[in-house]
Design a protein around this ligand. Structure first.
Ligand SMILES: Cc1cc2nc3c(=O)[nH]c(=O)nc-3n(C[C@H](O)[C@H](O)[C@H](O)COP(=O)(O)OP(=O)(O)OC[C@H]3O[C@@H](n4cnc5c(N)ncnc54)[C@H](O)[C@@H]3O)c2cc1C
Length: 445
């Protein structure tokens, strides 16, 4: 029999919240999932626009990774059809194209890059000195010249910050457990280093559900509901009713629900505000995603899943090409692209239409599509797309989470709940660990 003493309430129906919800519901807990949007998935949502399937956020799940998050996602997808592609992107700097993974490309780089890169590898393998900033981490692998010419403008465009001001963890993206303990040390010895280098030099395949990355979320949600979990979409404002150190109930959509545990996977800033915590705000970059479709299609499938454009002349930092995924499965006479624009003072005063118009002009400038071939556009903004990890981010993190520590049954996890720069498998892993923690926790009510 399902326990009826109160709910495990999960706020946020992204991959992290869905994973926790499903595992708890499967273990006969009374679950209530609250999602502010009209569908689940969070960033892991896909949609059809002008006959082309686009994703909002993630596209890449590596075929051969064997962490718990990846295995969980694959298991939940069951035997649905997936497409497999070699993962490749490029940084386009002026008239030069730097492909990642590099494969044999560095052999054709200018001599000064080549000499530094090979020199640095040798030094790194023999010394392994610790790095603090993104700048140091990249310089120690690829040398100063390559960093300055290629990576520095790339990072500036992606984040608005210079690599010297960003903590190395912004690049390394270490996992965090539900107590916010960092899981992966920056360097785990030479074996780890060699693995990292291998990933830069050899190609790996990614696999992708044929109806879009959002299929992972849809499948988990379906399993959650099948296991008896309840969902409220478009949930509206949530209020928390706490006594001293416990959250007793939540009020949402005009009803009050007694709470056993609250698993918060929405923004930690919002949670702190609901708790009236006078905390500092977790800093995030705001991004716009502009979806454009065009008449006409190039011959042959695109080589890159995305290209980065660090030069100042274009508004966007990155273009992603669904055609790299779909190839022959996509419409024959048109193509879609998605442009990522990170929030700069320059676009502060631009309307959404002005942003779209500037993108269409920049796409033509790059020689990608003529404006006369333009069909349709759509734009979304994501207020908290990437966390900003300054050099002192761990001190800031402590302060952000101080207020919540007071409550024995409130947990804040996931991409924005944990102020965590994580990929989907890591968000799922947090969801799994959260469910495991609740399932063995002594019931205090
Ligand atoms: C541009 C981009 C590209 C990425 N590419 C990849 C990739 O290729 N591969 C990969 O593995 N990862 C990628 N990631 C990371 C991946 O998207 C995330 O790690 C993962 O989707 C995070 O899941 P989550 O559940 O923690 O958060 P989210 O997906 O953000 O889910 C949070 C949910 O909470 C809901 N919510 C917010 N506020 C409230 C509220 N007040 N009440 C109720 N609900 C609320 C939101 O609507 C949302 O559904 C990418 C991320 C970005 C931004």
């Amino acid at each position: 029999m399902i326990e009826d003493m109160g709910y495990d309430v999960i706020v946020g129906g992204g991959l992290c919240g869905l994973t926790t919800g499903f595992l708890l519901a499967k273990n006969r807990r009374n679950c209530l999932l609250l999602e502010k949007g009209d569908d689940v998935g969070g960033l892991a949502r896909s949609f059809v626009f002008d006959d082309i399937i686009f994703d909002v956020g993630p596209h890449v799940l590596y075929e051969n990774d064997s962490d718990r998050g990846t295995l969980f996602l694959k298991k939940m997808l069951g035997d649905s059809e997936v497409i497999k592609r070699p993962f490749r992107y490029a940084i386009i700097s002026g008239d030069k194209i730097y492909k990642v993974p590099f494969m044999l490309e560095p052999l054709f780089y200018p001599w000064r890059f080549k000499a530094e890169i090979f020199g640095m590898f040798f030094k790194l393998i023999t010394s392994g000195a610790p790095e603090a900033s993104v700048c140091q981490a990249i310089e120690s692998r690829f040398g100063k010249s390559f960093y300055k010419s290629v990576f520095e403008p790339f990072i500036k465009k992606k984040t608005g910050y210079s690599g010297e001001k960003l903590h190395m963890d912004w690049l390394a993206r270490p996992g965090r457990d539900i107590n916010n303990i960092k899981k992966i040390p920056n360097r785990k010895g030479r074996a780890d280093l060699l693995k990292q280098l291998k990933n830069f030099f050899t190609s790996r395949d990614y696999e992708y559900p044929i109806k879009g990355y959002g299929e992972y979320a849809r499948h988990i949600h379906h399993a959650y509901q099948y296991a008896g979990g309840k969902t409220i979409l478009n949930c509206g404002h949530i209020s928390l009713n706490c006594s001293d150190s416990v959250l007793d109930s939540i009020s949402v959509s005009g009803k009050k629900y007694p709470v056993k545990n609250l698993v918060w996977t929405a923004s930690v800033n919002e949670l702190n505000s609901l708790l009236n915590a006078k905390s500092i705000i977790a800093p995030y970059i705001k991004s716009f995603y502009v979806f454009l479709t065009y008449n006409g299609k190039r011959n042959g499938q695109r080589e890159f899943l995305y290209t980065y454009h660090p030069q100042k002349e274009t508004l966007f930092a990155r273009i992603y090409y669904p055609d790299n995924i779909y190839g022959d499965y996509s419409p024959r006479h048109k193509e879609g692209i998605c442009l990522e624009i990170n929030h700069y003072p320059e676009i502060e005063n631009m309307t959404e239409q002005e942003i779209i118009d500037a993108c269409v002009r920049d796409v033509e400038k790059l020689g990608l599509f003529k404006s006369s071939k333009f069909r349709h556009s759509s734009i979304i903004s994501i207020k908290e797309s990437m966390p900003v990890y300054g050099l002192d981010y761990e001190v800031i993190m402590e302060k952000i989470f101080a207020a919540q520590k007071k409550y024995s049954n409130i947990y804040s996890i996931g991409r924005t709940g944990r102020f965590c720069f994580c990929m989907s498998p890591a968000a799922v892993e947090q969801g799994i660990e959260m469910a495991e923690h609740i399932l063995v926790k002594k019931n205090i009510f």
